[in-house]
Ligand binder design. Structure first.
Ligand SMILES: Cc1ncc(COP(=O)(O)O)c(C=O)c1O
Length: 355
């Protein structure tokens, strides 16, 4: 509500005389948002670009490195489909090779994850793309250790933080990565069409922007924002989302999300047919978790929950696992969590209603 009101306010003002109100008054105010995001992430202001979403930030990185035919890029088979599509387009266009590997689900061994990345590096590997949090299961990956392993081999790591930022409490010091892109419309609850890209200061110069920028901006983080006319309102309303998020406090938000997850997950785990595709151990996941009821098709179950109970969960079907992705937020009530658990228990006991 607070964010939508801010968005509307900025949009109304913006449209009064855009050449003046949008470009001259509102646009420069983005700098305050940049400063606040940098302070939250724990980096320099000059290392944060405002983007339209995580996809844009990630694709700036995925397209921004020069790669030659035969070069390999490495990622898992649980990375986000659009980011995989991006590599596949580079395969068709540039003749590079995408290499993907499996991760255990769930995985509670950071060393194993690092060793899987390491094992799949070949002499041809030029880049690594990894998730901070996997969107399918909520699994958190050990970014800092993977970045350290890659740095020893001189390999850049692009970190996909779409689901991580403002979900659980961390700063750049916990990651030490050079490239990090996140959505702001997810867990920060900023307006749709907002994201951020972090690029370490000394890496900016050698990363191409997706839309052309003048050479004078080569070393300036703002070269990634040269996207033509764009609304100022979305970006400015990020400030209100930040105020809301910081009012709650990142640690308290994380604790609340874990409390909500544990409330339904631990209750359902008492049933034999429930398989959790997400670790409940500290540090391996947060509010988003994936649960499978063995013997019940996840897609049909998600449809049932929506049709009968107006409970919205996402059915996930991966080649190696399936389940429901359950992601309550800070506004989800305990009563809603219990209603979800009850609805699942009814299905465990009686099966899905015949249609
Ligand atoms: C892991 C992951 N990466 C990237 C994205 C793309 O994010 P956006 O919609 O902000 O472009 C998503 C979106 O759900 C995601 O879950």
């Amino acid at each position: 509500m607070v964010v939508q009101a801010a968005l509307q306010r900025h949009l109304d003002f913006s449209n009064q005389a855009p050449a003046y109100t949008m470009w001259q008054i509102l646009e420069p105010e983005r700098e305050g948002v940049r400063q606040r995001l940098a302070r939250m992430f724990g980096c320099e202001t000059e290392e944060i670009a405002l983007t339209r979403n995580a996809s844009e930030g990630l694709q700036i990185c995925q397209f921004g490195f020069d790669l030659a035919a035969g070069d390999e890029v490495l990622t898992t088979n649980q990375d986000y489909p659009r980011m995989i599509t991006t590599w596949q387009q580079r395969e068709r266009r540039d003749g590079i090779k995408l290499r993907q590997f499996s991760l255990p689900v769930p995985c509670e061994d950071p060393d194993l994850i690092v060793s899987l990345f390491e094992k799949n590096v070949t002499p041809k590997t030029k880049l690594i793309l990894m998730c901070h949090m996997i969107n399918l299961t909520g699994q958190i990956l050990p970014v800092k250790q993977i970045v350290a392993m890659a740095r020893r081999r001189n390999l850049p790591v692009i970190v996909d933080g779409a689901h991580a930022l403002a979900h659980f409490d961390f700063t750049h010091a916990d990651l030490e990565c050079d490239y990090y892109a996140a959505s702001l419309h997810k867990w920060l609850c900023a307006p749709h069409g907002t994201g951020m890209l972090y690029v370490r200061r000394d890496k900016i110069k050698n990363l191409w922007p997706m839309m052309a920028a003048p050479a004078a901006l080569d070393g300036d983080i703002r070269k990634f924002e040269e996207i033509g006319t764009h609304p100022a309102a979305n970006y400015l309303a990020i400030a209100d989302a930040l105020t809301f998020h910081q009012g709650i406090g990142a640690q308290r938000k994380e604790a609340r999300l874990i409390f909500l997850r544990d409330r339904w997950a631990r209750r359902l785990l008492q049933h034999e047919r429930v398989r959790l595709n997400t670790s409940l151990r500290p540090g391996f996941a947060c509010g988003l978790a994936n649960v499978q009821i063995q013997g019940v098709e996840s897609k049909a179950l998600a449809l049932h929950l929506w049709n009968q109970h107006r409970i919205l969960v996402i059915a996930i079907k991966h080649a190696e696992f399936e389940g429901l992705r359950v992601s309550p937020s800070v506004y989800t009530t305990l009563e809603e969590i219990d209603r979800f658990a009850e609805a699942i228990e009814r299905v465990i006991k009686h099966g899905l209603p015949k249609t």
